[in-house]
Design a protein around this ligand. Structure first.
Ligand code: MG
Length: 387
């Protein structure tokens, strides 16, 4: 029986994770849940899963939750980053599912690893910002970090049973998002609503915009580099509009092992929980006759400048990926708020990166300082140029 703390319970990954847990009550128990501001959904989850503790972002949300809990057997309520960390490091938890959005997920995930918890990781920002520190800490504590990301789950599956020294490269696939084929001139005018309509995947707002800019793929390259100990020239990207081949591994002799499946996050979530086993589920099977054609092409880095910026940040290393990520979060928020256009997103990130002198990533505090620097700088540029 795995005893789980789920960070980000009310988000898209959190909700599906709880469906997996609900379907396999003999294997997984929810000990603790965290949410941001969605008190209503958290209350439903508390009623269904009876956690011993919950954590929310703000005191006002905590008060809202507390006022509607039954007097008997109510879970402990914790608040803020300190609350998330306490939840993730509880003694009665052995597995932490890290599914918060953005840089906020870094500290609780890192502290969970330091406390010896196994991690199922959906928060790719943790790897982007602090991959070297996180992997070193995981090795030191002997804990596993298993990806809840369809591409990395595919790579994990394609690596199994093959000697590591035979690996040549990893090929991450990308759907290309909703703007894959529209002319570049039109991209200037696309709205948040259009960006939020992903053709294949149902996800949260931030990652859906990241998928439209292909920043998500850039973040995934950095995630893959750390997770699988790869060099940058061992990672390639192919646009694959059908989202059926979730990624591939090529070996020295030219053999390419791919993992395929319908685009549904239930599969990578369940695999991260049940690794190396495959769990039953109620999803429709992949019907390749219906899919008919699988196509692949290279991404256009002139069109998707966020991807280029992410690759540059990965190559620069040190604190640059954290700065890329921080600036991107500010830019995506501004785009979703209607303050800036779609093509202003890479402009804002690029300007922030240009102003940054990379610093060594020696501690988690240093990483968080670079993140704050990037947010301040990006906000400053935003206020100067877009008000
Ligand atoms: Mg992904």
């Amino acid at each position: 029986m795995k005893k789980i703390a789920l960070l980000g319970a009310t988000g898209s990954i959190g909700v599906r994770t709880l469906e997996v847990v609900r379907a396999h009550p003999d294997q997984y128990a929810i000990v603790a849940l965290s949410a941001g501001r969605n008190a209503a959904l958290l209350l439903e989850q508390i009623a269904s899963f009876r956690p011993l503790a919950v954590a929310v972002l703000e005191p006002s949300v905590a008060a809202q939750v507390a006022s509607r809990l039954p007097k008997e057997d109510a879970p402990q309520i914790l608040v803020g980053m300190d609350g998330f960390v306490r939840l993730a490091t509880r003694e009665d938890v052995d597995t932490v599912i890290s599914a918060m959005t953005g840089a906020a997920g870094l500290l609780p995930t890192y502290e969970a690893i330091r406390a010896g918890k196994h991690v199922a990781l959906a928060n790719k920002e943790t790897m982007v910002m602090a991959g070297a520190l996180v992997m070193a800490e995981a090795r030191k504590r002997g804990v596993s970090i298993l990806p809840i990301d369809s591409e990395h789950s595919a790579v994990l599956q394609s690596l199994r049973g093959h000697p590591r020294e035979d690996l040549k490269r990893v090929i991450l696939t990308a759907s290309g998002g909703p703007f894959r084929d529209i002319p570049l001139e039109e991209m200037e005018y696309v709205t948040a609503d259009q960006a939020l309509r992903h053709p294949n995947w149902e996800m949260g707002r931030k990652i859906t915009v990241d998928s439209a800019t292909l920043m998500n793929k850039g973040l995934e390259v950095i995630e893959a580099k750390w997770l699988f100990d790869l060099k940058m020239d061992q990672i390639d990207i192919l646009i694959h509009p059908q989202s059926i081949v979730h990624s591939m591994v090529e070996y020295k002799d030219g053999s390419v092992i791919a993992q395929m499946g319908i685009p549904d996050m239930t599969i990578p979530i369940a695999y991260a929980l049940s690794y190396p086993r495959h769990l039953d589920n109620a999803l429709a099977p992949l019907d390749l006759k219906k899919v008919g054609t699988l196509s692949f092409k290279s991404p256009d880095l002139n069109r998707f400048r966020c991807l280029k910026l992410a690759l540059d940040a990965a190559t620069a290393g040190a604190s640059m990926p954290a700065v890329l990520n921080g600036a991107n979060e500010i830019a995506v928020d501004a785009f979703l708020a209607g303050r800036i256009g779609f093509l202003d997103i890479p402009d804002l990130i690029e300007e922030t990166m240009h102003a940054h002198v990379p610093l060594p990533v020696e501690s988690i505090e240093a990483v968080m300082a670079s993140d704050r620097w990037a947010r301040d700088r990006a906000s400053e540029i935003l206020n100067r140029r877009f008000t």
